[in-house]
Ligand binder design. Sequence first.
Ligand SMILES: Nc1ncnc2c1ncn2[C@@H]1O[C@H](COP(=O)(O)OP(=O)(O)OP(=O)(O)O)[C@@H](O)[C@H]1O
Ligand SMILES: [Mg+2]
Length: 430
Amino acid sequence: MIYRATLLLAGGFALFALLVGLLFGAAWGWCALAVAYGAIVVWHTRHLARLQRWLADPVPGAVPEGEGIWDEVLAALHRLERGMSKRERGLADALVRMRRAAQALPDGVVILDGANRIEWCNRTAEAQLQLDGRADLGQNIANLVREPQFVEHLGAGGGSPARINRGHGTVLSLQLIPFGQAQKLLLVRDVTQAERVDAMRRDFVANVSHELRTPLTVLVGFLETLRNLKLDPQRQHDYLGMMQEQAARMHRIIEDLLTLSALDSAPPATAEARIAVRPLIERLGADAEALSAGKHRIGISLESERDVLGIEAELASAFGNLVSNAIRYTPAGGAVTLSWREAPDGARFTVEDTGIGIEPEHLPRLTERFYRVDRSRSRETGGTGLGLAIAKRALARHDATLEIESQPGKGSRFSARFPARRLAPREPVT
Ligand SMILES: Nc1ncnc2c1ncn2[C@@H]1O[C@H](COP(=O)(O)OP(=O)(O)OP(=O)(O)O)[C@@H](O)[C@H]1O
Ligand SMILES: [Mg+2]
């Protein structure tokens, strides 16, 4: 194409020069040929210079224009350049999208090069490892995260994740994943919560075993005595009574554990059924009288007629535990008061006693499973230490919170606060 055009042009000029030579003599003919070919060289040189200028600084979309054969060549270059800019924009967009996705990950991500230098990290990783996404680029990560477990993991180039402690009880799990040629992806996961749950489960199993072992040891001891010694019928009867007591205690613990597990796995308490609070509290008052056997003054103060929405059996068990605690931890002659009253943001059921009270350091742990202030005393009164855990769970299922105030030696006040949305609409006045 270019050859043909060039040949045509050169041939045309040669013909023209020949014509000039025939008309005006050979000298003029040569002259004309030289001028014409000179013009071709100048024209090409100008286009070449323009092209070179653009190549030195290839501004996108500003490929120079040309005439004749140069027009076609430069137009092809223009098309090429446009295609490339488009691809480049597409790649840049894809990169931005990938980075956004990596930023949005709930886990920390750090990209390391072959020499463990930071190439990029997301904001989660910055916060978890106290990195600076700009200033620390190019730094060796081993200089910034110096925990020995991690350095070892880094040295091994992967394997099982490294667990490191990073201030305020935070536990991080770091895992190196090689990719590409020599690059590595470092995934950082906050496992604080998971570790806590794990520890809780271990504690729980240990506690349950311990709580069951005590009565079981007593039971086995009595059984051995009964088998090996010849006892008079009265003694035998006494021993059997004590064995029954221990068996009953084990039974209570298991019942309470099953209640707790049922509360934990049940779907949230629906707000469909209406629980009549007045008769519930009156029943609890009667139970308290029975439990106290006349040793306490028991008062009931019903200041509201509002009902609660939820599951009656759960609230009866939660309230019942607060009442039985008040009786059991209040010496004879004390007073226990049950009250139900409305507050600006809902309503509260309160059990107040004038009993032994609780030292402040025990208050935050009171609702933990098996937690008892005075183990021997609670055991004496038949407590399993699960009552408040059950009450708290049952209340939480009703969006209610348990508040505990207490003064050692003076008495305690346990309140279940229900939010307004858990109260049944007022009965229309008739
Ligand atoms: N009204 C109260 N006054 C003083 N101490 C209390 C009172 N209520 C609870 N406590 C303390 O809190 C601990 C935990 O109570 P919780 O009801 O969970 O267990 P419990 O009463 O020992 O056993 P359970 O209720 O399972 O039979 C009790 O052991 C007791 O030390
Ligand atoms: Mg109790």
